[in-house]
Design a protein around this ligand. Structure first.
Ligand SMILES: *[C@@H]1O[C@H](CO)[C@@H](O)[C@H](O)[C@H]1NC(C)=O
Ligand SMILES: *[C@@H]1O[C@H](CO)[C@@H](O)[C@H](O)[C@H]1NC(C)=O
Ligand SMILES: *[C@@H]1O[C@H](CO)[C@@H](O)[C@H](O)[C@H]1NC(C)=O
Ligand SMILES: *[C@@H]1O[C@H](CO)[C@@H](O)[C@H](O)[C@H]1NC(C)=O
Ligand SMILES: *[C@@H]1O[C@H](CO)[C@@H](O)[C@H](O)[C@H]1NC(C)=O
Length: 465
């Protein structure tokens, strides 16, 4: 497919691509919200300029594009920002996975006078994971990049692709001990897996931290399946306000790790159930109890699934209501006494088995420095985050571009157990509840100090007096 047809296909995926009347614009009006159709000509020209003189196999393709225009008299000055994908491979029949693709971020300035285009400026750079990019990207501009529908066009030239993918998929099936009911199911899962590999690659290109994305135990699930089974939409609802915590006055030590101090139980596995909220809360209470009594007890999430009627078991819940439930029930039983099943059962709580109580719960500061100071002094913190990219996270410090990991789309609850720097990149160490065969032995490392993925928006803790 000619690059220019490719562009048309991609633009068709942009929201609002359907023909619509072009709004009359006042002279000198300026906006990033240029309609896809208006972007078509200048974007095609920019790509042509970029590819001029390149061998056929080396031409870049357009990922996402956005732009604004300034009009004066007969002329229009377009400023475009675009992602280009370069394949450093001349011969498509020997190209490996699209793994070798390079994503570039480019800005162009193009003057259009009566249909004649002139390139005034071009600035391209690799999507450098270390560049601190504070520009406001719009989510829309990246949607086509991440859109799975762009998969078939992009990969058809790679004859080798399906062979290679099949072998990686077989490895995945063995590693994670997968069984599928039928040939059709297996074929479908392979398709999903291949799309996910491409998706992970894009997420990788757009991460500004050090995180690696790729094959995980969730690689054969569609995004929708993953969201429905493992994530928690209820976290987007406003949680009931609790008292603000009294802040800690000592400055935060440079690093802290509650795992080394014995305040954290081993990583648990929520299974195919959206019960992250319960794990986040028991993790916090385990820490609070350890700090109060000096003993580490593994506490029961199943008690919360069955007996906390304010929350919705596997369909999600809120830490703030879980604290209230624990208080009104009279405390938590241990994991051993009230074992995790991963689905809701009738409440079988018995007061005699309560091992741990809480007296109150508090909202913590949104300032990450204050959160660090609080954590070091008072224990692990329950937080809620946007789980963008976590389906494919393997290791390293995740720092997705802000519009891709908006603090307004919180869908996962976890536990911060420590923080520090890894070669000068500040991180939060986050205990997840997807088993030890995910992430770094079950842990997720997220950039600290930038409000990454809303990590600072719903920080809470129980209080044990
Ligand atoms: C990003 O957008 C916000 C509000 O939309 C604005 O206040 C801020 O200045 C913008 N930042 C940059 C770097 O453009
Ligand atoms: C793989 O799955 C089968 C059946 O689901 C189970 O019997 C077996 O123990 C599993 N093996 C491993 C290594 O997990
Ligand atoms: C409820 O707990 C009691 C012990 O506390 C146990 O004997 C009983 O089997 C449990 N019931 C169910 C349905 O699990
Ligand atoms: C905290 O709660 C426990 C159990 O409900 C209670 O026995 C204790 O007196 C409470 N402590 C304070 C200081 O209120
Ligand atoms: C961690 O990294 C940040 C940013 O590079 C730096 O400002 C800070 O001083 C570092 N902290 C430590 C303890 O090294």
């Amino acid at each position: 497919m000619a690059p220019w047809l490719q562009l048309l296909a991609l633009l068709a995926l942009l929201p609002g691509a359907a023909p619509r009347p072009v709004k009359p614009r006042a002279a000198d009006s300026e906006a990033w919200e240029l309609a896809p159709l208006e972007l078509l000509e200048p974007a095609r020209f920019a790509l042509e300029m970029y590819n001029r003189g390149r061998a056929a196999g080396k031409r870049a393709m357009l990922g996402a594009v956005r732009g604004r225009v300034r009009r004066a008299g007969e002329g229009s000055l377009y400023s475009l920002e675009a992602t280009l994908e370069e394949t450093p491979c001349n011969d498509p029949t020997v190209c490996q996975l699209p793994v070798s693709k390079k994503t570039l971020l480019c800005s162009f300035e193009i003057l259009d006078e009566l249909g004649k285009h002139i390139l005034l400026r071009r600035d391209c750079g690799p999507v450098d994971t270390k560049v601190t990019d504070n520009r406001n990207w719009t989510l829309n501009s990246f949607l086509p990049l991440l859109n799975k529908d762009s998969f078939p066009q992009t990969l058809l030239p790679f004859q080798d692709f399906s062979v290679k993918m099949t072998s990686i998929f077989k490895e995945f099936v063995t590693t994670y001990n997968r069984t599928y009911d039928s040939k059709e199911e297996t074929q479908w899962r392979l398709t999903v897996f291949a799309r996910n590999m491409v998706r992970a690659q894009k997420i990788q290109a757009l991460d500004r931290g050090t995180a690696q994305y790729g094959v995980t135990k969730f690689s054969d699930l569609t995004e929708e399946e993953f969201h429905t089974i493992y994530l928690n939409p209820l976290l987007r609802e406003k949680h009931s306000k609790m008292h603000p915590a009294t802040s800690v006055n000592d400055p935060a030590p440079p690093e802290w790790d509650w795992r080394k101090k014995g305040a954290v139980t081993k990583v648990k596995d929520q299974g195919m159930c959206g019960s992250c909220w319960a794990f986040s809360v028991t993790g916090n209470v385990e820490g609070q109890w350890f700090l109060k009594e000096g003993t580490l007890l593994s506490l029961s999430e199943q008690e919360l699934l069955d007996c906390d009627k304010m929350d919705k078991a596997c369909l999600g819940g809120l830490p703030s209501s879980a604290y209230m439930a624990i208080k009104s029930l009279g405390g938590l039983e241990t994991e051993d006494d009230y074992k995790y099943l991963g689905h809701m059962e009738a409440c079988n709580f018995s007061e005699e088995k309560v091992k741990v109580y809480i007296n109150d719960s508090v909202d913590l500061s949104q300032n990450e420095q204050k959160l660090a100071a609080w954590l070091a002094k008072k224990g692990p913190i329950s937080v809620a985050i946007n789980a963008f990219g976590m389906q494919f996270y393997r290791h390293g410090i995740a720092r997705p571009l802000r519009p891709l990991c908006s603090p307004w789309f919180i869908d996962h609850a976890v536990l911060i157990v420590g923080y520090g720097n890894r070669s000068d990149i500040p991180f939060w160490a986050i205990k997840n509840s997807w088993g030890t065969d995910w992430g770094e032995e079950g842990y997720y490392y997220l950039h600290r100090g930038s409000g990454a993925c809303g990590v600072n928006t719903m920080a809470t803790s129980a209080v044990v007096n």
